[in-house]
Unconditional design. Structure first.
Length: 375
């Protein structure tokens, strides 16, 4: 893995023009087809007619707009995109969307990866390991800096914080739910997965709580680069444990596999959650962590963490996100952040964390205070 050198400067390549999807001419929109991901921001239109346009999502679009003037890599990129941010930036340089400075010139494509330019701009170095708590604090500070007036917008930002950029190679490999099912060999567990009602998840049947109280759930926070191995190990556990395996879900789209919470398990109760949490920690501890923000870590690196949905699962589909632990926490934090920013507070995240505490969430560990139990 390479890391962008601290003093490297980047800029958006003048060879491209970013056009919002809504502003595209009818012919350009038709050329893109109808199978665009829901999060498509717009089109990078080449000024050279021999090149093909590129559809881009909101993360790439924001970075392209931010780097209209040459600058170092913005801090929010590494904070929000996680451990693969530097590789994603390198790929944008390789694709000619961004340019890197070298000896007074701006380079992209093969020229940017000649030995001297490569060694100046992209260093081989391990990335720091972020804990769940550190990533959650980063998310709060980044959200406070948005200046957004809408709590819903801030809540969406917090909920998505930690989303990994989608590399083109993965976009092709995980093109749709069937490709994901085949690529990850999801049928190997001996359990027949089914698509959720909204086709966002591959859902595996198993034991899950349908009683009262605050049922626990477990999150697998492993880097996308190691996702293949993580899913293989989870499926192997499911095959070994058979009917004792808790219900769980895996993202069924390329976007779902890059969101912060890519694999979620739903144990039948607290004791079951504690046992499975310990097993998952042991099973996944050697894989690179990519912690899920606003969850309670079960090990320091954050490969496994937990939360408690705000109500019993009876009467609703257990895999739905609408009333999930993370959505509840991020909505609470977002409302408080907006209020504190409007009041001119210098550190609005302090008020937000205290409001979370009042709402029954420990802002030090991100565990529920009112569940009556802990893992």
């Amino acid at each position: 893995m390479r890391r962008l050198a601290p003093n490297s400067r980047l800029r958006a390549s003048p060879a491209w023009q970013l056009v919002l999807l809504d502003h595209l001419a009818a012919a350009d929109r038709a050329a893109l087809g109808t199978d665009l991901p829901a999060e498509t921001y717009g089109l990078l239109r080449p000024r050279d007619p021999s090149l093909l346009p590129k559809a881009v999502g909101p993360d790439t679009a924001l970075l392209f707009l931010t780097l209209q003037e040459p600058a170092r890599l913005p801090e929010y990129v590494r904070g929000s995109l996680g451990p693969e941010a530097d590789d994603a930036v390198a790929e944008l340089v390789a694709d000619g969307i961004l340019e890197a400075e070298f000896e007074g010139s701006w380079l992209s494509g093969p020229a940017a990866f000649r030995p001297q330019a490569l060694h100046q701009n992209f260093l081989r170095a391990p990335l720091p390991i972020l804990s769940v708590g550190a990533r959650s604090r980063q998310a709060l500070r980044a959200a406070a800096g948005m200046g957004a007036e809408s709590p819903d917008l801030v809540a969406s930002f917090l909920y998505r914080y930690g989303t990994t950029p989608i590399l083109p190679s993965r976009a092709g490999l995980w093109a749709d739910s069937d490709a994901i099912r085949a690529n990850f060999r999801l049928d190997d567990a001996g359990l027949t997965p089914k698509l959720s009602d909204d086709s966002a998840w591959w859902v595996f049947p198993g034991e899950t709580s349908s009683g009262q109280g605050r049922p626990p759930k477990l999150y697998v926070g492993v880097a996308v680069a190691a996702l293949q191995e993580a899913i293989r190990r989870v499926l192997n556990l499911a095959r070994q444990r058979g009917s004792a395996t808790p219900a769980f879900k895996v993202g069924a789209s390329v976007h779902g596999l890059h969101r912060p919470d890519r694999i979620v398990l739903y144990p039948g109760g607290v004791e079951d959650a504690a046992a499975w949490g310990a097993t998952l920690v042991e099973t996944l501890a050697d894989l690179p962590a990519d912690p899920v923000p606003f969850t309670a870590a079960l090990n320091p690196a954050g490969q496994v963490s937990w939360g408690a949905d705000p109500g019993p699962r009876a009467g609703r589909a257990w895999w739905k996100d609408g009333v999930s632990w993370r959505s509840m926490v991020t909505k609470c934090l977002a409302k408080a952040l907006v209020e504190a920013c409007r009041a001119g507070e210098a550190e609005p995240w302090t008020y937000a964390t205290e409001r979370a505490r009042l709402a029954g969430v420990d802002p030090e560990t991100w565990a529920p205070l009112d569940a009556g139990w802990t893992l």
